[in-house]
Design a protein around this ligand. Structure first.
Ligand SMILES: Cc1cc2nc3c(=O)[nH]c(=O)nc-3n(C[C@H](O)[C@H](O)[C@H](O)COP(=O)(O)OP(=O)(O)OC[C@H]3O[C@@H](n4cnc5c(N)ncnc54)[C@H](O)[C@@H]3O)c2cc1C
Length: 292
């Protein structure tokens, strides 16, 4: 299903993001976990594109395999890192030929050792350029883009970042998927600011359930995510107990999702980290039933 067809009135778009495992055992475990998640009939499963273009063909192969095994649409993430515009065209044709119907169109982070993102020779500096290319030359592909309720770390301020987000939407994005966050008020403010700018595409909150505090600390530091003090203290208190961390993290995510749903979000995009148990517990607690 194309992204533009997912978020119709009265429907709820569940999506699940995974990353390409590095080992064959990782692949087996991933597909076992996905097999448990497909009962919730996600609108799509998305697969990330490795930093520096390290999963160039792997991302598409995994997406194609997901579609074949589960008959669920897959969305391939794609970045501008290290590519000329003809490389980007070639990859997009390849993805389309493999039956991929949606692209998460991203700029990507600067390659290792580089502070600032530098335009690759003959390539693109920002995601809006990639969105324009897809819209003009691959009109059948659905397009998702990234949004940052707490500001992209490289943006000078939120207003500038919002204006840049608007460019991606103007270039033809079908929906915005947000960076992970743990303070819903920041998401609501972001949503209001999008509305004030006339952004009308669906804005889907990205939720990363906390299952392991040490890992989440690394990720939130990297993304500059605001982490609530009381949640951090509760997790610090059980730093030697993985089960307790899972319980606290999942309980928090259930409440976070419940409030977001009550606030009328069009869907939820779970950063599942290739595991199923947290998402299953959350969706069951929410009595989530896929639309018939
Ligand atoms: C849902 C989601 C999925 C992701 N998946 C992946 C993945 O699979 N692989 C991966 O490597 N990374 C992924 N990322 C991370 C992403 O690549 C980084 O956050 C990256 O630093 C920015 O990518 P972007 O597409 O948001 O870039 P852009 O939209 O280009 O924004 C990057 C920065 O440039 C500014 N900017 C944007 N457009 C302009 C413009 N026209 N002029 C001036 N300034 C501008 C923005 O304000 C921002 O500060 C993902 C992020 C999210 C939220």
């Amino acid at each position: 299903m194309r992204i533009s067809e997912i978020y119709r009135p009265g429907t709820f778009g569940l999506s699940i993001e995974i990353f390409p495992p590095k080992t064959t055992d990782g692949d087996v475990a991933l597909f076992e976990n996905l097999a448990r998640l497909v009962k919730y009939q996600p609108a799509f499963i998305s697969c990330t594109y490795g930093a520096g273009g390290s999963t160039r063909t792997r991302t598409v192969e995994l997406c194609a395999e997901i579609q074949k095994r589960f008959q669920i649409a897959a969305t391939a993430h794609f970045t501008c890192v290290g590519s000329t515009s003809s490389d980007l065209r070639e990859w997009l044709s390849y993805a389309q030929n493999q039956g991929i119907s949606n692209i998460m169109a991203l700029r990507g982070d600067p390659p290792q050792g580089q502070e600032q993102f530098v335009r690759p020779e003959g390539g693109f500096l920002h995601a809006n350029e990639l969105v324009s290319l897809i819209r003009a030359e691959f009109p059948e592909l659905g397009i998702g883009v990234a949004g940052y309720p707490e500001k992209h770390p490289g943006a000078p301020d939120l207003a500038t970042d919002m204006a840049n987000l608007q460019r991606k939407v103007a270039a033809g994005a079908d929906a915005i998927y947000t960076q992970l966050f743990y303070v819903n008020e920041n998401f609501y403010r972001f949503r209001d600011e999008c509305a004030a700018l006339g952004i009308q595409v669906p804005i889907v909150p990205g939720i990363m359930p906390i299952t392991e505090f040490a890992r989440i600390k690394r990720i939130t530091a990297m993304c500059q995510t605001v982490f609530p003090h009381d949640l951090a203290s509760r997790l610090e208190a059980v730093q030697d107990d993985k089960d307790a961390q899972f319980e606290i993290g999942v309980e928090f995510a259930i409440e976070q999702c419940r409030q977001l749903i009550e606030a009328g979000v069009p869907g939820i995009h779970f950063y599942a980290l290739n595991k199923s148990n947290a998402c299953e517990t959350i969706l069951d607690a929410l009595n989530y039933a896929p639309a018939q």
